[in-house]
Each structure stands twice: as C-alpha cells, then as structure tokens.
Design a protein around this ligand. Structure first.
Ligand code: ADP
Ligand code: MG
Length: 436
C-alpha cells in the first residue's frame, strides 16, 4: 500500500486538493482511499517572511500502483506542475499543492531524490494522526528519522501543540456549494445577506468553512416569489462581484451565479471570472449556452416545472419521478454537447422541491445513484426545503439537522451538495468518514 500526503496553502485550497486526488486517481493510484482534511499552521524557519505564514490544508491518500518509487515521484511532480506549482520555488514558500510520498509498503530507500519513508514523517504529528485515523497505527517507526511518537504523544500534540493542532477538519467528497442569497425574500435566509458587506462576509465565511464553490442568487425561487427582472438582479449582484473580482481572478474563490437571464449571464461572463452558471430554469438559448461553453465555465442545469415554484404543479402522481429526471437528463446532455459544452463542465441537478411532491422528492433522493448512468457530475440542492416538513415540524431555518442527515445518505453518490450550513455539514461528514 502506498501513502501520499497532500498539502496546499495557496489559492482555493480544497479545490487544489480535489484536483490532485482526481489526477492521482486517473493516472497513478488505484483503489484510492482519502483521509479527512485538517488545517494546520505552516511549519516555517524562524527567518521566513511573514507572508509565508499561511495555514495548510493537509490530507493523506492511500492506494496501489505498479510504478517504481522513482516513477511515482516523477508522476507526482508532473501533477504538482499541472495544478500550477512552479518547477522552481523557494523551500518553505507557500505552495498551491505539495505531494509527498510517505510510505510504499515496507520499502526503505535513501538516495538524493527520494527517501522512503518520508524523512519528516515522524516530525509531523498531524500526518501520523491522519494515518492512524485511516487505521495505520504502526508505520515503520524504525525506518523514519527520529523516533515515532506514541499514540498518546500524537494525540497530545494534535490537541495541544499550537503548531500541530488542527484548526479545522474538513471532508473532501462531495464538494459543498455554499448558498448566499442577496435577496430580501428567500425562503430561509432572505434579508440576512441583503447588503454587499454582509453578503461578502458570508461568502468568505462559507469558503473558510470548506465550501468549494459559493452560489450567489439575487432572485428568490421560493413558492410565491415575484420575478424581479434582470435590471434589479444585476444591481444586486454587481457590487458583490466587484468586491470579489480579485480573488475570483486569482482562483482563490470559485463563484457560481444563480441566474436564468441571458443578458445577465452574457454581461457577467464578460466582466468577471465566473466559475459556474447555475440555471434553475433550464431554458437558456443556444447563444448563451455557446458563450458558457466558450468561457469553459461550468454549467449547472436544474430540472423544474415552474420557476418560481408553483406549489400546486407536480409531476403526475403515477409518474416514476426518477425516470422523468433521467429522460430529461439525457435529452439535456445531448443538446448541451451539441452546443459545445464539455461533459466535464455539465452538472445536473434533479431539482428537489421544484414540481415534485414530498414523496416524489424522497423517491428521487433514495434512488439518486441511478443518475450516475448519465455520466455528468450531479448536484443535489435539498437544503432546508419544504419536503422536510414530511419528516419534522421545524421551520425552514431550523431544518439543518434533517438536511445533514439526508446529505450523509447521499454523499457517496453525488459530486456536489448545495447547502446553507457548510460548517455543520463538514463536522458531520468528518465524523461519518471516521467510521466508514
Ligand atoms: P517539501 O515537500 O519538503 O516541502 P518539496 O516538495 O519541494 O519540499 O520536496 C523537495 C524534494 O524532496 C523533492 O524534489 C524530492 O526529490 C525530495 N524527496 C525526498 N523524499 C521524498 C518523498 N518521500 N516524497 C517526495 N519528495 C521527496
Ligand atoms: Mg514535496
């Protein structure tokens, strides 16, 4: 078994880790298992510039490979460069991605290019902690430099030592899409982030808590919401996007815009580095879709019967809701591919709560793995929605417990969960991962 550590303290750190895991699983390791992610402070020499003091996200993956150790190192270095790490860099300086080989079975190797086990392994209690959480307590202590700390020493260090104590624990899969509504009237957070400062602060909070993408909406789609039109939508979005333009350009922040107005989408794609267009109506014209394709922007399209939701319009009661979604999905994908969208840039959302009864919503969620056959990435937006009233009496804003429980049931079958409570999701997923 091979163990590799992944670290990132530049850019959108969680997306960098996911990018690296994807590339490693495509070309290097099979049967990959991922640890949770922990954030720790950078380990730096005393004279390091203060700008280097940026916290790392760290994780470990295990897997199998038929490569020689040196071929493995070469493959990992190629991935570091593909993700954007320069070929030449100063030791200890911040890095978009760092891939280190910790262990290769019980191999011991020491030459100018490669030392196995990794020479620093026993000096990094947070890595020993992640390995132990993956069930590998006894990692060749005699071969590592320094003596391996005992379990209680590792635990003490990751709980008490300022340098090694994780400041946060996150889960890599599925990616979380954080929701921010710059509206006065959205169903669960309407009015909370209705001015630019509040919205921008919330966006950074969601990103810090581990959201991979933040979805900004300026039009409520709840039942009974009024359609505000493109002019007001633009007025609400522009100041928020202006405040975030720098981090969007640098890739520090991935922003999705929830809009179905062609003129808004054209303007925003021309003016900003938008990562996703989230289209809840699914009626965009060919030109707009071609522009999304040209910009290599991801396009998330949702199944709906009416937007805003008309609470009396549902799929027929004798319909198999999942079959309807699958037929819609294949038709949609065929059209999008013809217009030039890459399959990797299409995300399908079955549209929980949009034209389905609570029972139909639950049917769709229970059979969600069937959507894998479509070959695109899948996003579910089930957070706090009213089908949960079939399960409890809580008001929309108090439905995070049910939302998270349902997310745990979905997490192995979907790529993205669009949620309000990113922090709560991460805590629950981290704990769930630890015992599954
Ligand atoms: P660090 O990981 O220490 O921050 P680098 O990633 O720049 O720094 O690694 C520096 C060099 O360490 C690599 O170019 C590689 O040749 C060498 N090296 C030695 N052992 C290992 C190992 N087990 N895994 C990865 N790199 C290693
Ligand atoms: Mg390295």
């Amino acid at each position: 078994m091979i163990y590799i550590s992944l670290g990132s303290n530049l850019g959108s750190r969680i997306n960098n880790l996911r990018h690296a895991v994807d590339l490693i699983s495509e070309g290097i390791l099979s049967n990959i298992r991922c640890s949770n992610i922990i954030e720790t402070e950078a380990i730096l020499p005393k004279n390091a510039p203060p700008a280097w003091n940026k916290p790392f996200l760290n994780m470990v993956i295990s897997g199998e490979a038929k490569l020689s150790p040196h071929a493995l190192l070469t493959g990992l270095k190629a991935i570091e460069q593909e993700i954007g790490r320069p070929a030449v860099y100063e030791k200890w300086s911040p890095r978009i991605i760092d891939l280190d080989i910790l262990l290769i079975d019980d191999a011991q190797l020491d030459d100018p290019q490669l030392t196995i086990p990794h020479p620093e392994l026993n000096n990094r209690p947070f890595l020993l902690h992640l390995l132990a959480m993956m069930g590998l307590q006894n990692c060749h202590p005699q071969a590592c430099s320094g003596s391996k700390p005992t379990d209680s020493e590792i635990l003490n260090q990751v709980q008490d030592d300022r340098l090694y104590r994780p400041t946060k624990s996150l889960s890599l899969h599925p990616a979380l899409v954080g929701i921010v509504n710059v509206t006065p009237d959205s169903f669960s957070d309407g009015g909370l982030y209705n001015n630019t400062d509040q919205a921008v602060e919330k966006i950074w909070e969601l990103a810090r808590n581990g959201a991979s993408v933040i979805d900004i909406g300026a039009q409520s789609t709840r039942p009974g919401a009024g359609i505000i039109g493109p002019g007001l939508e633009y007025q609400r979005l522009k100041p928020v996007l202006d405040s975030l333009a720098g981090p969007m350009d640098s890739g520090d922040l991935q922003i999705s815009v929830d809009s179905f107005w062609p003129e808004i989408i054209h303007k925003l794609l021309s003016d900003y580095q938008i990562s996703w267009i989230n289209d809840v109506k699914g009626e965009l014209d060919d030109d707009t879709l071609k522009m999304i394709a040209d910009k290599k922007c991801k396009y998330c399209i949702m199944h709906s019967l009416s937007v805003p939701v008309n609470s009396s319009e549902f799929l027929p009661s004798d319909a198999n809701a999942m079959s309807v979604i699958k037929e819609w999905g294949s038709r949609t994908i065929e059209r999008l591919l013809k217009l030039g969208l890459a399959l990797d840039n299409i995300i399908l959302d079955p549209g929980i709560g949009f034209g389905k009864t609570p029972y139909q919503n639950l049917d769709i969620l229970r059979s969600i793995s069937e959507l894998k056959i479509l070959g695109t990435q899948i996003m579910i937006g089930h957070s706090r929605k009213s089908y949960i009233s079939a399960l409890c009496n809580a008001k929309a804003i108090d439905r995070d417990l049910e939302t998270i429980a349902i997310s745990l049931g979905l997490m192995h079958d979907v790529d993205f969960l669009r949620v309000h409570d990113v922090e709560g999701h991460m805590r629950a997923m981290v704990a769930y991962n630890a015992v599954t």
